[in-house]
Design a protein around this ligand. Structure first.
Ligand SMILES: C[S@@+](CC[C@H](N)C(=O)[O-])C[C@H]1O[C@@H](n2cnc3c(N)ncnc32)[C@H](O)[C@@H]1O
Length: 190
């Protein structure tokens, strides 16, 4: 991530937006349960949001320069930080009661990588568990924020089909001005 983007994602303004905007939405779409997976915590403000509300959280971050300080900051808490590529997490199948990825899909190099992530999240979720996420739409000012950075926004119009191919059902995608949110579910008994 470029420096200004990183600075914003570690800012009190972003933390406040997560509290007032993101968490209330999560509460309306489902229950993440007692053993939750977060993909792409970055500086960790979304991790803080989740860890205060769930008993156990595992955060997977591929960038070692972000994973290491987050692990250090959260040592002794209810969070385990793993530094690896979440498309091949190595975590146990059917372990997690819920999963979340916020503002991370567009940081993956290609749609194929995003599809591999969806399949991996499906693998590690329990039957019936939800997967929630938010991500950027392809708008000019967000593209500009990602100058010299990866920016591969997912198309909200095709997201439900892509999640279905990864094994998810009951997908709901809400499209807003500059972002979209989704909730989807691993089928019960699959
Ligand atoms: C823009 S940050 C989002 C941070 C945080 N979720 C938030 O909303 O404030 C996206 C993060 O996803 C991470 N990421 C990208 N691809 C990943 C992958 N394959 N596995 C794990 N993390 C990944 C990036 O390194 C980056 O830290």
């Amino acid at each position: 991530m470029n420096e200004s983007h990183l600075k914003f994602l570690a800012s009190p303004e972003w933390a406040a937006t997560l509290e007032t905007d993101l968490w209330p939405w999560i509460e309306t779409v489902g229950d993440l349960g007692d053993d939750v997976l977060e993909i792409g915590p970055g500086p960790g403000l979304t991790t803080d949001l989740l860890r205060r509300r769930v008993p156990r959280l595992t955060a997977i971050e591929v960038d070692a320069s972000l994973a290491a300080p987050l692990r250090q900051r959260l040592e002794g808490s209810n969070v385990e930080v793993i530094c690896t590529d979440a498309t091949r997490s190595g975590l146990d199948s059917e372990r997690f009661s819920g999963a979340a990825c916020f503002a991370m899909l567009h940081h993956m190099p290609s749609p194929d990588d995003q599809d591999r992530l969806f399949a991996e999240v499906n693998r590690v979720l329990r039957a019936g568990a939800i997967f929630v996420g938010t991500d950027s739409r392809d708008v000019d000012w967000i593209r500009a924020v990602h100058a010299d950075d990866i920016f591969v926004p997912a198309d909200p119009d095709t997201l439900a089909d892509r999640l279905a191919r990864a094994g998810f059902v009951d997908t709901v995608v809400e499209v807003e001005d500059y972002q979209f949110r989704f909730v989807t579910r691993k089928p019960t008994g699959s």
